[in-house]
Design a protein around this ligand. Structure first.
Ligand SMILES: [Zn+2]
Length: 404
């Protein structure tokens, strides 16, 4: 049967019923999840550990990532996000927090050497997998820990960081953010351009998620190696949500050999939820502008907590669906080819705002079953679930080895 016929014949609800009853679809997809090398490029476990500690080698029911569920889901390589907020930009706090988060990842491995290992190179995946281990790679989300200095990247590379997002929720010393109403640099700053060259030199992946369109375009143009979008969906399906990738920029990423890793969060993949998020960022920007005006006038500030609470009350959460994720993957495959699409769930990073079917790291077989239902073959599924990312990472390393 061709892919289109399968799509109309098998709605995702039937798939979910089959999974719930332990049907044949689930069995096949679960076995495939165990056999394939699954790579997820965005899991926010380390920053959550800083807020509230848990042992992720054991069942951790208030988290979306722990070893038992990662094994159940067939997860092989988990990129731990070393996240610092825009509020920490240019503060010593950010560097301190990044090191503490890396320490926490190392502590997981030290506590459970039979369950976790640190992964520093895609060449090491096959040698390090096995005996039930989940490999932990690290990516840095927001360059605040560099304190404005591209030379600081080498120190974090030495500690195992293998991907870097230059900015997060606000324009910073390196790049403009997609969340900002107005640019500061019209893309990358001079330090941002130096950071791109330094990542190429070291063999660190450039991750353009969160960057403004101009910063993304410049990062692609300046990089000698393919770049990734480690947790970005497609804006074409969520109009007006600048945080997601524009089709032309996605094509430019693929043309250079890179990959777009689709997140699972409802706010990224469901159009109405993304529209709400975009409106929230606009409202926050307006709130911040008013706050600055009030402060300048010496007037008392508005109540930020009340503003946020009112927003949440007026914009109830949207129900996320597996189909929305599959629609995103389909769009990427049609636009770029199956070799340029992957997954970067954002587990532990979206406050639990996820489709019920995609609630934690045990649910990769649900994604695989969904792809099978939509007619994808094993080769394509293997690429999307991890092979494509490992290929790009290896290319990034190869470029570093042939220095100009
Ligand atoms: Zn993020």
């Amino acid at each position: 049967m061709n892919r289109r016929a399968l799509r109309t014949a098998a709605p995702a609800l039937a798939l979910m019923a089959a999974l719930a009853s332990g049907g044949a679809v689930a069995g096949g997809a679960a076995a495939l999840a165990q056999r394939l090398t699954i790579v997820d490029t965005h899991i926010d476990a380390p920053s959550r550990l800083q807020q509230r500690w848990a042992d992720l080698g054991l069942p951790a029911p208030d988290r979306e990532f722990d070893h038992p569920r990662a094994r159940a889901g067939g997860l092989d390589v988990a990129f731990m996000s070393i996240y610092t907020s825009a509020a920490q930009d240019m503060s010593a706090q950010a560097r301190q927090s990044a090191h503490a988060q890396i320490d926490a990842v190392e502590a997981l491995v030290a506590r459970h050497p039979d369950r976790f290992a640190l992964l520093h190179s895609p060449q090491r995946v096959q040698a390090q997998l096995g005996q039930g281990r989940v490999l932990l790679a690290m990516g840095m989300e927001n360059a605040a820990p560099l304190e404005g200095d591209p030379d600081a990247i080498a120190g974090f590379f030495a500690r195992g960081v293998r991907a870097l997002i230059l900015a997060h929720g606000a324009n910073n010393a390196f790049a403009d953010s997609s969340y900002e109403a107005a640019p500061r640099w019209n893309g990358l700053s001079p330090a941002g351009a130096r950071a791109i060259a330094e990542m190429n030199r070291l063999g660190m992946m450039i991750d353009v998620s969160h960057l403004s369109d101009d910063a993304t375009r410049q990062a692609i143009a300046q990089s000698r190696a393919p770049v990734i979008a480690g947790h970005s969906a497609f804006r074409a399906l969520t109009p007006g949500f600048a945080r997601n990738l524009d089709d032309d920029l996605a094509r430019a990423i693929a043309a250079q050999g890179g990959v777009v890793q689709i997140p699972f969060g409802t706010g990224f993949i469901e159009p109405r939820a993304a529209a709400d998020l975009a409106a929230l960022y606009r409202a926050r920007n307006a709130f911040n502008a008013r706050a600055a005006e009030l402060a300048a006038a010496g007037a008392p500030p508005e109540d930020r907590a009340a503003f946020e609470a009112r927003w949440r009350a007026e914009h109830p959460r949207v129900t996320g669906t597996l189909d929305a994720l599959l629609d995103q993957i389909d769009h990427g495959v049609r636009l770029l080819g199956a070799a340029h699409v992957g997954i970067g769930s954002d587990f532990d990073g979206v406050g639990g705002y996820l489709p019920a079917a995609l609630s934690d790291v045990s649910t990769y077989p649900v994604v695989i079953a969904g792809l099978q239902q939509r007619g994808y073959g094993e080769q394509e599924i293997a690429g999307i679930m991890g092979g494509n990312l490992l290929r790009v990472w290896a290319e990034v390393e190869a470029v570093a080895e042939m220095q100009p």
